[in-house]
Design a protein around this ligand. Sequence first.
Ligand code: NAD
Length: 701
Amino acid sequence: MTLYQGQALRLEMLGDGFAELVLDLDGSSVNKLDRATLADLCAALEVLEHTALRGVLVRSAKPAFVVGADVSEFPALFEAGEGALHAWLEQALDSLGRLESLPYPSVAAINGFALGGGLELALATDYRVLAEEARVGLPEVTLGICPGFGGTVRLSRLVGVADALDWLLEGKPRKAGAALTAGVADRVVAPEALRQEALELLGEVAEGGDWQARRARKRRPVAVPDGIAARGDTLDPRYPAPQAILAAVQTHAGLQFAEALQVERETFVALARGPEAASLVGLFLADQAVRKQARRHAEGAAPVRRAAVLGAGIMGGGIAYQAAASGTPILMKDIRAEALDLGMRTATAQLDRQIAKGKLSEAQKAAILERVTPTLDWQGFAEVDLLVEAVVERADVKAAVLGEAEGLLAADAVLASNTSTISIDRLAEGLKHPERFCGMHFFNPVPMMPLVEVIRGRHTDEATLARTVAFAQALGKTPIVVGDCPGFLVNRVLFPYFNGFNRLLQNGVDFERIDRVMEAFGWPMGPAYLADVIGLDTMVHADRVLQAGYPARMGHDGEPVMEQLLAAGCLGQKNGRGFYLYGTDEQGRRQREPSAEARALLGTPGAEVSDQDIVDRLMIPLCLETVRCLEDGIVASAAEADMGLVLGLGFPRFRGGALRYIQNQGLAEFAARARRHAHHGGLYQLTDDFRARLHSGQRYH
Ligand code: NAD
């Protein structure tokens, strides 16, 4: 008999005085604790409270228990104000509190994922039975918030403060076995036996089990072990959520249950109202949007059964390795046998590292290497579905090899170039079938960097684009389709940042200080060190391309410092001389110190420059160039633009990408800063569209 039927769940009478609450959100592949589900839960509890029962089972009819709250509801909710947030949390807390206070025991049967709100729901029941494949956790910290449905309180009382903090601060889903060891799970069973075993447990505890004592224990204050506060020293101060969770748990451990929930609720509201949560939640949603967009692009694509790469250098070797490791056989062609040997040695070293970490077996390594065919000739190219050109960055060399390759490939094969700077339309000029050509821009090092820019040329057809996007996905990468222009998306916005850096150097600001300020801002490395890592030759080459592409705003006054360093023979890390000097100490440890030669090139210091000025003079050009890319249609959406910068450049995640960074400051504040620096040139000029948004209030996100 059905006791209650809602949109998200139903309540069934099972006989013998037991009932089951079945989570089954209509029209969704997963259960979420969205507003509709919370309303249904409230209604079902009304029925449960007024039905004489011996126990209730909570389970899911979907392949996962509950994946969490509905993150897509967060942006509007977080911006709606403190009152709305408190009301939402109170409703959820009230429902879970009522579930926990039913006058009979409850058991949750957990299959698949029980994350965030899903685990918090399960923590409000008396017992938890997990299927062997289940994964449970509280990942809120990764979104810049804390659990808000009682998770920090119930977990710390259930497993102790120290273990609870491990779960809360890491935010990683745990396996069923780990949940059992920690005391989060009471039993772990085979997936097919889950419902039956959970019902058996419910029957057992209903017959004189200790559920009431357990319930009381779960609500009692717990001790904070010595030394817990010291965990704060290991947390990244730029991310407020871990610090706030640590403080909240220490504060509420000794309080009565209701007061403890109050502490958690206030912590949640404070975090949810902050810019870091907006950034991290925004990126979570942007990631989903970018994947969806890629799936749409790749729809109907013919799979790439065999691939080829031209050039066995840093990039070609990486692409060959990545294809082989993901299961696609690949031909790797170079004109020099030494390059092929180096490419194979690099791939082998990469695989050996994985073996050392226990992630790969010798047999798997052999199978991967077998998929790479090094070659000096064109044999086998007629069977290739997609070819990536990754030879030296010279338009004449690329045009020649692309023309030659085109004549040998099958009629429906895709030709792609990994060029970082040369226009795809220009490279297409010499081709007979420019519609089958596009850019496929990987980032260095290929195995590590998740982004691939797929560049649509003027003539590129949809089938070519679809197949290239699908291939990038098959390699485990995140493809973003961008338009053709100097620098495409990522380098086009990176070089304005370096242009701002150069102007600071010319104003006598020391690069070591700039690096320190930008690292504190959140970048993995400052601009001087990054330029050394990329290589000053590569930097200067790309900068010239961008200057030529956008002379009005990307030109320099006087000779840029990087050009001067390059002219003096400094290549950066690769020859040990750049902004820094690189070497090793007596113990063989790598060392880096600022180069006096580079310091001598700094301009005469003028007026005092604050740390905020340093940030603004680098970030404003980068942000405004991102704005221009969006306006020019180089990138289709703010979500893709910001995701591209996070994945391709290492843009600080807690700042959410360039457009989110503008949004978080407020367009008016950003505009005021840009105006303050307007005398530094065109890179600091607001666009007409930006001004229009400023007046209309239209947002980027
Ligand atoms: P690299 O110098 O390490 O390798 C280039 C390889 O191409 C060399 O092994 C060379 O022997 C080979 N080659 C030259 N002419 C050839 C031909 N006619 N046929 C076959 N092979 C030929 O260069 P790289 O850093 O791997 O860069 C390759 C491409 O990738 C360039 O277009 C570069 O702009 C682009 N790219 C580089 C990076 C990076 O960080 N290194 C990042 C993204 C894109």
